[in-house]
Ligand binder design. Structure first.
Ligand code: 26W
Length: 804
């Protein structure tokens, strides 16, 4: 589609392609044979590609019409700016949204192909690390279903989240070249290419009208080419857009060097440019200050804002008076926060607005979501690096800061400490730019992602700012899309729910509470049996995956106890391990009266440079190996570490889980979203009073939730005198666990490898206070195990979790 008059015409319904099985079968064959040049016996990737193209054709008219709708200047448009969109697989999602699953299965049947197998050929689009990236993808889905005019802007990483292999129990990373085989879900839109500048220097001058102006000169330019990905709404004719930028070199960039006779250098320069979108940074909790990462951030912000301003000008010319009323930018954490300065630069330098006009627009269009309280995750960029890479942006940030600090001085006269604390520029240990402060100063809204988290932001991290601007701060508790996480992932339960309450809940989840009356078992015997049967077949599916990936046998009658999420000390996979070893000790000493068989599944990637997290993965694998091959243990306890946990694994895991582990140190998990995916699939949560667990507990009631552990204030109160060694000494079970760990029982062939991990838990300065929650954790685990043996009661609780 180009920006000419012709694209103003909305395509009529008659333009739509038929979606009956016959038509799908016909187009599939045509794509496979005539477009891809393959035949039925080919590599199954091409079958996936042929079907995806067939489906994509059927999205096109809605996509185009939605795009045109959004260009009408009647409503405020939102742009979700994010370095991560963890979208996973697309085919199944579109089939569901367009209601063509059955026809597609029937069409594939004609070729003796299984739709499910074809879907499993699709590589996950792993363009994110974890919660923050998946949240962006869930929001895009929900916005399309709610018919909201929201556009996502992100980066088209050539390599997504690394693939995790387990070798001898250790995590090994392998690059994820997900685009190697073509991606049928993207549409290149070279006609909307933008130019992004780096380096160079600035020059100040006065224009003919005597106004001060700035030029940014001698820059290197990089081209930003957009690739659009369709985001379909649920059966509503809406297809929104996720626009992902790819970096490439400009021709001039290469030519200069080429003409100077240095061909290799010119090619190297091309590589430099293309490196910007080569790979996703695999850190999800600590910033590393790398230049390439700052390049990525600016590249996204600049290309996206230029694109939006370009579209604005097509309709409004150079009249920006309504811009703020009709546009809003949501910053997904501080990663795209440079957008605050970039919008100022575009409006002032390129569009010649005054500072005040530009600031009025910027500070009324930017909104910032914070996703973490961990201090090590707060982004700071060295002023030196900024100066070299983005000199004009740094000047603007200095100016924003100077004006802001004057405001602070007026609010708190004479309080120089306050000014130092709140400055966007940190002066200690080498000057740096505090991106969170830039985001707060430049935004009209600052939100946390769960009630507790938003509260802690106001009391802690952003306290000074809250005192200055209380009206900016608010909460938006995270959510997840029930389309992917129930309707797509759990079709059996979906059909069962809809048979009772209709299917309105799929696009309006508040209706799910109509399920509550069915939780009582007295009059709902059949429904309860069907609920259990659905869980059972989901558990069978997961057991097959675990067998295939880990070689471990999970018995479906056992309680499936699952912790999947990034591996991080604050999420306390180690606490889970302590409990597993405790159960193992009990089995060994014959303490198994009224035992509940349990299968523990753990999965999650560790950042490649995060030693403790990687060693924890090794510990889990070693403990699993010893327990699984101990004949004395048998089916009482099985432990598996699922390699390469990703979106598509969660689609199998969540529907099959009985017990969802959400066991972070209170105050550390901003929200959590896995907790919601498990709950809506009828799992019970065993969790601390943290993040969105609290709201889950409120919704479902304490009878249907296994709460344990210290609360935030208790954690903080204990810190000063925390003495894990004496807690261990005073607790026979915990002592036995540590004794076994320290005896080298789990690492006979590799002595000493767990010393650091063990020491971290015994350290009085352990920030995660794992040992402090052990007793209350194993007690509540025992309660969960007991509860599980009463299947009738458990089913009631399971239904309540879905219904709430
Ligand atoms: C700069 C390195 C870096 C990269 C990513 C630091 C921090 C991040 C993210 C903020 C980490 C993240 O994904 N946070 C998670 O966001 C989810 C969505 O809001 C929350 O549910 C999780 O609790 C939070 O850990």
């Amino acid at each position: 589609m180009n920006d000419t008059q012709d694209d103003l015409c909305v395509l009529p319904e008659t333009e739509k392609l038929p979606t009956d099985a016959k038509a799908l079968e016909h187009d599939f064959r045509r794509y496979l044979i005539h477009h891809l040049g393959r035949f039925l016996g080919c590599n199954p990737h091409y079958l996936y590609e042929a079907l995806s193209l067939t489906v994509r054709d059927r999205i096109m008219t809605d996509w185009r019409n939605t795009w045109l709708q959004h260009r009408l200047p009647k409503q405020r448009r939102a742009y979700y700016l994010s370095l991560e969109f963890l979208i996973g697989r697309a085919l199944g999602n579109h089939l569901l949204n367009m209601d063509i699953e059955e026809q597609s299965a029937e069409a594939m049947q004609k070729f003796s192909l299984s739709l499910e197998e074809i879907q499993s050929e699709e590589p996950d689009a792993g363009l994110g690390n974890g919660g923050l990236g998946r949240l962006a993808a869930c929001f895009m889905d929900s916005c399309a279903t709610l018919k909201l005019p929201v556009l996502g802007y992100g980066l088209r990483y050539e390599y997504g989240m690394f693939r995790q292999h387990i070798q001898n129990g250790y995590q090994v990373e392998e690059p994820d070249h997900w685009l190697r085989d073509t991606n049928p879900w993207e549409l290149e839109r070279a006609e909307y290419t933008q130019r992004v500048h780096f380096g160079g220097h600035t020059e100040h001058f006065t224009n003919r009208r005597g106004e001060p102006r700035t030029r940014w000169l001698n820059t290197e330019e990089v081209l930003a080419i957009p690739f659009d990905v369709p985001v379909s709404g649920y059966r509503n004719g809406v297809v929104n857009t996720l626009r992902l930028w790819k970096a490439t070199a400009t021709d001039e960039f290469n030519l200069d060097e080429f003409n100077a006779g240095s061909y290799p250098e010119s090619v190297a320069a091309k590589n430099d440019a293309e490196h910007i979108t080569m790979v996703l940074y695999p850190n999800d909790s600590s910033e590393n200050g790398k230049e390439l990462r700052l390049r990525q951030q600016y590249f996204l912000a600049s290309a996206s804002l230029q694109d939006i301003v370009r579209q604005w000008e097509m309709v409004h010319g150079d009249d920006y008076s309504n811009f703020a009323a009709q546009n809003v930018f949501q910053l997904n954490d501080t990663h795209p926060a440079i957008a605050v300065a970039e919008l100022m630069r575009i409006l002032i330098d390129d569009k010649h607005l005054s500072w005040d006009q530009a600031w009025e627009i910027t500070s009324n269009t930017m909104a910032y979501t914070n996703h973490t309280l961990l201090p090590e995750a707060l982004e700071r960029w060295s002023v030196k690096l900024f100066e070299r890479l983005l000199p004009r942006l740094l000047e603007i940030i200095f100016d924003i800061n100077a004006i802001f600090l004057k405001q602070v001085a007026i609010h708190w006269p004479g309080d120089s400490d306050r000014r130092r604390r709140m400055s966007i520029i940190e002066e200690d240990h080498g000057k740096s730019v505090r991106m969170a402060y830039l985001a707060i100063v430049g935004s009209f809204s600052v939100n946390g992602v769960a009630e507790l988290h938003s509260d802690l932001l106001k009391k802690g991290l952003f306290r000074d700012f809250y005192e200055l601007w209380p009206e900016k701060f608010n909460n938006k508790t995270n959510g997840v899309t029930p389309r992917r996480w129930i309707a797509h992932a759990n079709p059996e339960m979906t059909a069962l729910i809809s048979s009772k309450i209709g299917d309105g809940w799929i696009s309006d989840l508040s209706q799910i509470e109509k399920l509550k009356p069915f939780a009582g078992s007295a009059n709902n015997k059949l429904f309860h049996a069907q609920w259990q049967a659905a869980k059972r077949s989901n558990k069978t599916r997961l057991a097959e995956l675990v067998k295939k990936e880990c070689g471990v046998d999970f018995a479906v009658d056992s309680m499936f106890d699952v912790q999947v999420k990034r591996t991080h000390e604050y999420k306390r996979q180690l606490l889970n391990v302590l409990h597993i070893i405790h159960l193992y000790n009990r089995i060994r000493r014959g303490d198994t009266l009224d035992w509940t068989n349990r299968c523990v599944l753990i999965g999650g990637k560790a950042a490649p440079g995060y030693f403790m997290a990687k060693r924890t993965i090794k510990l889990i694998n070693n403990v699993a190996e010893i327990i699984n091959c101990d004949p004395e243990v048998g089916d009482k306890l099985k432990v598996a570490f699922l390699p390469n946990y990703r979106v598509s694994s969660m689609e199998v895991i969540a529907p099959a889980t009985d017990l969802s582990e959400q066991i972070s140190t209170a105050g550390k998990e901003a929200s959590g979203t896995g907790n919601m995916k498990f709950m809506m699939n009828g799992a019970l949560t065993i969790g601390t009073y943290d993040g969105a667990n609290i709201e889950i507990l409120d919704a479902v009631g304490s009878d249907n939730f296994f709460l344990f552990g210290l609360k935030v204030d208790e954690v903080e109160a204990m810190r000063a005198h925390y003495d894990p060694e004496s807690i261990i000494a005073a607790d026979e079970d915990l002592k036995a666990v540590f004794h076994l760990l320290e005896s080298g029982h789990f690492n006979i062939e590799e002595p000493g490898i767990f010393d650091a991990v063990i020491a971290s838990m015994k350290d009085p300065h352990d920030p995660w206070m794992t040992v402090a929650d052990f007793r209350s954790y194993i007690e509540i685990q025992q309660q969960a195990a007991n509860a599980y043996r009463d299947q009738q009661h458990w089913t009631r609780m399971s239904i309540m979790n879905t219904a709430c």
